[in-house]
Design a protein around this ligand. Structure first.
Ligand code: HEM
Ligand code: HEM
Length: 192
């Protein structure tokens, strides 16, 4: 039997794509589509055309430019929530348990890797629940202040996501080049 079933591999790669896309939307929001930077660009360019707008109007325009991109954050967010639910179901399969059985017999490094996976799953569960609460705050009758507090925590925990992804990819490069050759191709062809 393959080490990673086809369903687990498909899940991993779609999940990786969705998490990287979520990070990309945050990157765009904080850089090229930052409303602060773009409102200044819009206001100063309009001024050269003799159109004088207030800071508030510039903010509205800059946020309108950002809005279609940010809709992707919400869409990928729903996709992530569904993928996390599917991952819970995959725990009942051999591949889904692979990294979490016989933990005691593993060396310290492997134990840390498995703990890291449990850590990232907990973080992604938090990101999904907090994200869904923000998206459905009207239906949940939440006041603005509560949504704002949730957003602050959601935004802070985002750091844990990019740190995990960076460590995961760096760790795999090291593993491929030392004692775990083929670890990445195993996740592509299923391994033995
Ligand atoms: C794009 C480059 C990526 C590559 C080449 C890659 C490759 C792999 C490989 C080879 C494994 C198995 C490692 C092992 O058995 O310890 C794995 C596991 C895992 N990867 Fe990735 N990955 C990538 C991106 C991501 C991203 C962006 C995430 C998002 C959080 C992610 C989340 C995970 C998780 C949670 C596991 C553990 C699976 C489990 O046993 O439950 N990966 N990845
Ligand atoms: C990998 C997972 C996720 C990461 C790294 C992430 C990251 C972030 C960050 C950094 C912000 C704050 C942006 C800013 O104000 O500059 C944010 C806001 C938000 N996220 Fe996520 N998020 C994730 C998952 C989700 C999920 C699953 C949902 C659910 C649909 C979601 C919905 C939202 C919403 C509604 C906001 C508030 C947007 C606003 O106030 O305009 N996120 N996210």
């Amino acid at each position: 039997m393959k080490m990673w079933s086809i369903s687990f591999r498909i899940w991993h790669w779609i999940h990786a794509f969705v998490v990287l896309s979520l990070l990309a939307t945050v990157f765009l929001r904080k850089t090229f589509l930052s409303w602060r930077a773009n409102s200044e660009i819009l206001a100063s360019n309009l001024l050269t055309m003799d159109v004088d707008i207030t800071g508030e109007q510039a903010e509205i325009l800059a946020k309108a430019v950002r809005s279609p991109m940010w809709e992707w954050h919400i869409m990928f967010g729903y996709a992530l929530s569904l993928l996390i639910f599917i991952r819970m179901l995959l725990f009942f399969t051999t591949s889904g348990k692979q990294n979490f059985i016989n933990l005691k017999s593993l060396n310290l490094h492997k134990k840390m890797v498995s703990l890291g996976y449990i850590g990232i799953y907990s973080i992604l569960v938090f990101m999904s629940i907090s994200g869904l609460i923000m998206s459905f705050h009207e239906e949940l009758f939440l006041v603005k202040e509560t949504v704002h507090d949730i957003k602050e925590v959601h935004e802070f925990v985002f750091n844990a996501v990019w740190i995990f992804v960076s460590l995961h990819i760096a760790g795999l490069i090291v593993a491929e080049n030392t004692d775990e050759k083929g670890i990445v191709s195993d996740m592509i062809n299923g391994g033995k």
